[in-house]
Design a protein around this ligand. Structure first.
Ligand code: ATP
Length: 596
């Protein structure tokens, strides 16, 4: 669980700001609207500044010391004020609308750009990141930017205009009072700085504690089955209780500083106000000032005070968005895989189904010291059925990953058609292979969508034919909604065997040159097993297939069995050949499996 406000606050540095400006390219196409928005912002802020002055004049027109009372002028000023008010409303509305439009369009393009980039990133990128975290991070980073673009930037500009313009008008109204007011500022600033630091520190702590508490809630709800199965409800309640108590304790500590902060700010601000009004009253009494001027002065001071206070918030928010931007840029700076949209595969890139591994050594980028494959070489002829067997962790799935070029080996080459795999466009390679994984991943939509994933845009007839071939049609047909049955998140509304047959139908539709099957370890009941096995056999016909076999009973008919152990290829041959080998690993494994 991420908490927006604890994360990614970075000090404002020139370099960071400069990097942030790289995002400007997303706003650039909309700069005329943005510029117009800025102009309106300027107008509405300036109109804002006119109010205190005019209100002061209105009061004085009623009869100050130095002005004669003048009903005509009162009405004139009143009308003028109303006019400004309306203008401000209109410009304010237009400004917000323009800013929101620009922001929404820019963010849509940024979102799309980031997603497009991220989905093309190599597996290496996803290995050391938690995917859920990545997703929520990006959405919170983008919402932060959304706020910055729509409100913060505008607020910042508005506040600057008000502070600078306000100060000029204050000086114009009364130099003496301005100096008096400004002398109180340092005191208020010191108080704000001192307490503000504590408040920030404790709020940060509280936020991270809340995040920890939320993690408990999330994890236990997601894994509620485990909690219940272990009868650990009370254990979890305790764990949550402890965290929540910590949150409350920190909150109360923060409260002390927050209270002190608020109280001293109120005393400071009102103290300054009283000082100024007192001094102003004396000036009026001395005939050096009119009541209306004092009113303008006080209003200007409060405008400025409000803007200065707001500036602190704006600063924090800009800091946060710089952090967010850096994150997003980090992702954008990761080199993507050279995947491209494939409609047809060029003739020279068409796979014959011949594959060879030549002296391949490989370690995962995250674990450099663990050689997962060591000098592995083998050849697969077109249309051969090959089984990969070996103990858990031997490197079977890794071989599949290398085939799909999810990773490239550090040593040796993978070849297709006798040609180095790197010589084919990545998407051309992958588009001619299909994998039926062990853990079938279904998307949350309908059965139809899930099958058509093998060939986006496939028509009902095609989908149906694929489902029939995969022995899936008989159960799909029995659902009232047929192909339009919703499978539920990750396919939870289907049984294991049904999920597998959908994955097979998907592969049938893709009609790959090379088929990769990761046999399910969890045994299905014999009826589903037979249906799945039968569908797989039909699917394997007429193409090269590589089966990661966990149960040796299913690999007897394979043209070739490759036996791996601890990253090395230890035996290779047909079932008959391998069972002959005295002390061979395959023979051992099959004796073990068939002895019970
Ligand atoms: N993404 C990864 N990052 C680092 N190491 C990994 C990764 N995936 C697998 N490994 C390691 O590589 C080795 C081979 O794993 P692999 O998944 O290829 O084995 P396997 O033969 O398919 O095993 P199983 O039959 O249990 O699925 C294991 O020691 C594993 O810990």
């Amino acid at each position: 669980m991420q908490d927006d406000s604890t994360q990614q606050k970075k000090p404002l540095r020139a370099a960071a700001l400069k990097r942030t400006f790289r995002l400007y390219k997303y706003v650039k196409p909309y700069w005329p609207a943005f510029g117009l928005g800025l102009l309106f912002l300027f107008i509405s802020s300036a109109a804002n500044l006119a109010f205190p002055k005019l209100l002061g004049e209105l009061v004085d027109a009623a009869g100050g010391h130095r002005v004669t009372n003048d009903p005509h002028r009162i009405n004139q000023i009143g009308l003028f004020l109303a006019g400004i008010l309306i203008a401000q409303g209109i410009f304010g509305y237009l400004r917000i609308m323009l800013f929101v439009n620009v922001t929404e369009r820019s963010l849509a393009s940024l979102r799309q750009h980031i997603y497009n980039h991220m989905i093309k990133l190599p597996m290496r990128f996803f290995l050391n990141r938690r995917v859920g975290e990545l997703g929520s991070r990006i959405s919170s980073d983008i919402s932060l930017l959304q706020e910055t673009f729509t409100t913060t930037v505008a607020e910042f500009i508005r506040q600057l205009i008000i502070i600078v313009g306000g100060l000029v008008l204050l000086l114009h109204t009364s130099v003496q009072l301005t100096i008096l007011m400004l002398t109180t500022l340092p005191v208020i600033m010191v108080i704000a700085f001192f307490f503000g630091r504590f408040v920030r520190r404790y709020s940060k702590l509280a936020q991270s504690q809340v995040a920890e508490a939320n993690t408990i809630v999330e994890e236990t709800l997601q894994g509620v089955l485990n909690v219940k199965a272990f009868a650990n409800e009370f254990f979890e309640m305790q764990r949550y209780h402890k965290k929540i108590r910590e949150v409350a304790a920190t909150g109360m500590k923060t409260g002390k500083f927050r209270g002190a902060f608020a109280a001293s700010m109120i005393v400071g601000v009102f103290g300054a106000m009283i000082g100024v009004i007192w001094r102003g009253a004396l000036l009026i009494a001395e005939g050096k000032m009119d009541p209306g001027m004092l009113l303008s002065f006080v209003l200007y001071s409060s405008f400025i005070g409000g803007s200065v206070a707001g500036l602190a918030e704006v600063y924090a928010s800009i800091q946060k968005s710089i952090g967010a931007t850096e994150h997003l840029l980090e992702i954008l700076d990761e080199p993507a895989e050279p995947v491209e949209e494939m409609t047809t595969v060029a003739p020279q890139d068409q796979l014959t189904g011949q594959i060879s591994f030549n002296d391949i050594s490989f370690h995962y980028p995250t674990r450099e010291d663990q050689e997962v494959l060591q000098h592995v070489s083998f050849d697969i002829a077109p249309d051969q059925q090959v089984a990969l067997v070996g103990p858990s962790g031997a490197g079977k799935s890794t071989i599949v990953s290398l085939l799909l070029r999810l990773y490239d080996p550090q040593e040796g080459t993978v070849r297709f058609n006798g040609k180095d795999a790197t010589g084919f466009p990545l998407s051309a390679l992958r588009s001619q292979m299909a994998i039926v994984p062990q853990d079938v991943f279904l998307f949350g939509g309908t059965i139809r969508e899930n099958i058509a994933y093998g060939k986006p845009g496939a028509g009902t007839e095609e989908v149906k034919a694929a489902a029939e071939k995969a022995n899936a049609w008989e159960f799909i047909e029995r659902f009232p909604d047929g192909l339009d049955t919703i499978v539920g998140e990750r396919g939870i509304q289907l049984s294991g065997g049904q999920r597998q047959r959908i994955a097979i139908a998907r592969a049938v539709l893709k009609n790959p040159r090379i088929l990769i099957l990761d046999e399910a370890t969890s045994a299905l009941d014999s009826e589903s097993e037979r249906l799945v096995q039968d569908a797989l056999e039909k699917l394997m016909e007429g193409r090269t297939s590589i089966v990661i076999a966990h149960r040796l009973s299913t690999v007897r008919q394979a043209d070739k069995i490759i036996v791996l152990d601890k990253g090395q290829l230890v035996e290779e041959g047909t079932h008959e050949e391998l069972v002959q080998m005295d002390g061979g690993l395959y023979r051992n494994l099959s004796e073990m499996q068939f002895s019970h």
